[in-house]
Ligand binder design. Sequence first.
Ligand code: SR1
Ligand code: MG
Length: 393
Amino acid sequence: MALSTQHIYEPLTEEKAVALAIKLNLFAEDAVLACREIGDGNLNLVFHVTDESNKGVIIKQALPYAKVVGESWPLSLHRAKIESDALKQFAQSVPQYVPEVYYTDETLAVTVMEDLSHLQIARAGLIQGKSYPLLAKHVGEFLANILFYTSDFALDPQEKKELVKQFTNPDLCKITEDLVFTDPFFDHDTNDFEEGLQEDVEALWADFQVKLEAAKLKKKFLTNSDALIHGDLHTGSIFADEYTTKIIDPEFAFYGPIGFDLGQFIANLLLNALSRNEEEREELFIQAEETWNVFSDTFTKLWEKDSLEVYTNVDGYLEYVLKTTWRDAVGFAGCEVIRRTIGLAHIADLDGIADEEKRLAAKHHALRLGKALLLNQQSITPDILHEIIKVTA
Ligand code: SR1
Ligand code: MG
C-alpha cells in the first residue's frame, strides 16, 4: 500500500506526521489528533500520534544520516524498508513478540506501526530496578523461532538465498563491523571513554589475544549467513512489562550468525548487573541463563518438528549447532560489553551512575568482563556467568 503523494524524501514534522495518519485513515474522521516527536535513539525520528481517547500509532522515519553523529555520517534510507520487512518476517512465526506494521512508505522511509507506549523500554525499567519475570522466556522463544524459521534448517536453500538478497543491509552492517568489532580494539577517533580508563584501554589495544578473538568474531559477522538476525538486540530494543515483551527496531537485520543476537542481549543484561549493588545482581544472571535455556529447548523442539535438513537426525549435529551458537554468543557478548564501555554508543546503565568512583569501577569491571568473555568462549557455560562477574570484579 503506497498512499503517500510524496515522490521525494523529506523529514516529517509533527504536523506532517498527523497529516499522514489522517490520510491513512488510522483514526476516526472527526478525531482530534496530537503528535510528539519522541525519538531518543541514535538514528531515527519517531512520532507518537494520539487521539482524544489516547489511542495511538507510531510513525517512525529514517533520517539520511546518523542522528547521534550528525549529517557528516550519511546513512541509507533503505534501512526503513529492512525494518518493516523484518518485523513482518518475524511476525510469521512470533507475532506476539513484535509490533504490528500498519503501513510502509519506501520513499519517505516511514514505517507506521502499533503504539507500544503502555509498555516501557526494558533498559529504562532495569535501570530503575524493575523485574521482568517473562523477559528471558519471551526473548528465548523469539530468537529460537526467528532464527530457526529463517535458516537453511527450515527453508528451501533457494528460498533462503532470496531472503539473503532481500535483507542485504551493507550500511547498517558497516556500523556494527566498525563500532562493535573494530574501533574499540584500536586507537580510533570514534572511541569515547573517560580519562580514568586510559590505562586499561591502552592495555586492551596492546593485547594481541583479545584482538585475535575480535578478528575471528568479526569474520563470523561478515561471512556467516546463518539466519535473519535482529542485528541490534540490546535492552533498548525491547518494550516490556510484567506480562508482555515486544522486540522493536530491527533496522540492523540481515543474514548473520545465529549467536549474535543472543550475545548482545546477554551482554546488556550483564552490563545492567554491573550497574547494580552485588546483592541485586542475581536476577540478571538468572535471566541470562534462562534466555539460553529457553532458546536451546525451543530451537530443539522446532528442529525435531520442522527441520528439512537431511542431516537432522545424525547424532551430534544439533548438539554441534547449539554448542557453537552458545560459544559464539559468549564472544559476541564480550565485544558488546567492551564497545558499550569505550566505543561510540554508550548505555545509560553505566553512564548514568552518578557517583564517579562507582561509575569508573563499573567500567573497569566491564572491560575485564569483556576481555574474559572474549578469551574464554570455549569454557564459559550459561550457569557460570555469575562466577565470571565475580572473578573479574
Ligand atoms: C551510529 S549508531 C550507534 C549504535 O546505535 C544503534 O542502536 C546500534 O547499536 C549502533 O551500534
Ligand atoms: Mg535501535
